[in-house]
Design a protein around this ligand. Structure first.
Ligand code: CP
Length: 293
């Protein structure tokens, strides 16, 4: 058994295998893995609908036993450390735990000899299972990654989705640009910014929007939201400038009429619901990698 913490820890061929595996499960070309000898828990220290429920669906589809640990009533609130909590779950014969935490790199000091960790998101640092389902969605659409032009736009600074995706997309041969208001920029050499969205949006095969993370914004930043859609978001006008065959993605949850216009949510190029569905199969592949390897 092994941890699943970041796609940085996997070779490109391993990532491609997970993508193919997920699509094979989805298209019923491969039987779902039988993980009925294993048990998996979720422990979400930050809110979630998609990741948490999607892992729950994935766990149940594999036949593994499932335990949802309620953080609010857990001994974490009596001061128990994460290490001691995980050792306790491991001693209860739970094999792996999906964790989301607001703390970046929460997993680094943890000894995982008793239980394996699946990273369900660590602060603004990484969201590897989201990145994998995003890759599954792109591969399903284009059947290849090489040479695809990807634009990731929005609240880059606070986005673990952007941090995971930019790195892995480049490794897999995609050309990745980012766009954001100045205050949402994340300064890193891997992040190549564009500045004239209206001029350039038609160059991209994939446009990935990000949630404006209101809970991490101060009052000044919140003012930006009043004109965000027109200034920085995917408005109807910008949607109409997309390249033919381009797809629009968003990890969710989205702020309607802030980063994306409500009007376009049902348009044909939008893949948001498909991403959610693909998340089930990506996470089955992740569970198989963690428990069966
Ligand atoms: N995309 C995503 O991580 O959504 P949740 O916060 O609902 O899990």
């Amino acid at each position: 058994m092994q941890n699943f913490l970041s796609l940085d820890n996997l070779q490109e061929n391993e990532i491609l295998q997970l993508i193919t595996e997920a699509l094979d499960y989805k298209n019923e070309k491969r039987s779902l893995p039988d993980l009925s000898k294993h048990s998996v828990a979720t422990f979400f220290l930050e809110n979630s609908t998609r990741t948490r429920t999607s892992f729950e669906v994935a766990i149940k589809k594999t036949g593994a036993e499932f335990y949802s640990i309620d953080v609010a009533t857990s001994a974490i609130h009596k001061g128990e450390s994460l290490q001691d909590t995980l050792d306790t779950l491991g001693s209860l014969n739970i094999n792996a735990v999906v964790i989301r935490s607001s703390e970046e790199f929460y997993y680094e000091p943890i000894d995982t000899s008793l239980i394996k960790i699946v990273n369900g998101g660590d602060g603004a640092h990484e969201h590897p299972s989201q990145a994998l389902l995003d890759l599954v969605t792109i591969y399903e659409e284009f059947n290849d990654f090489a040479g695809l032009n990807v634009l990731i736009m929005g609240d880059i600074k606070h986005s673990r989705v952007a941090k995971s995706n930019v790195k892995v997309m480049k490794r897999l041969g995609m050309n990745v640009n980012v766009f954001s208001p100045e205050i949402f920029k994340h300064e890193d050499n891997d992040f190549e910014y564009i500045y004239d969205i209206d001029q350039e949006i038609g160059n991209y095969d994939v446009v990935m929007l990000l949630r404006n993370q209101l809970e991490r914004h101060d009052e000044d930043t919140l003012k930006l939201h009043q004109t965000y859609l027109a200034d920085y978001g995917l408005s109807v006008d910008r949607y109409n400038k997309l390249k033919q065959g381009a797809i629009v993605m968003h990890p969710g949850p989205f702020n309607r009429d802030v980063e994306i216009s409500s009007e376009i949510l049902q348009f044909e190029n939008i893949r948001i619901n498909r991403q959610v569905t693909n998340g089930i199969y990506a996470r089955i592949a992740i569970l198989n990698y963690v428990l069966n390897n």
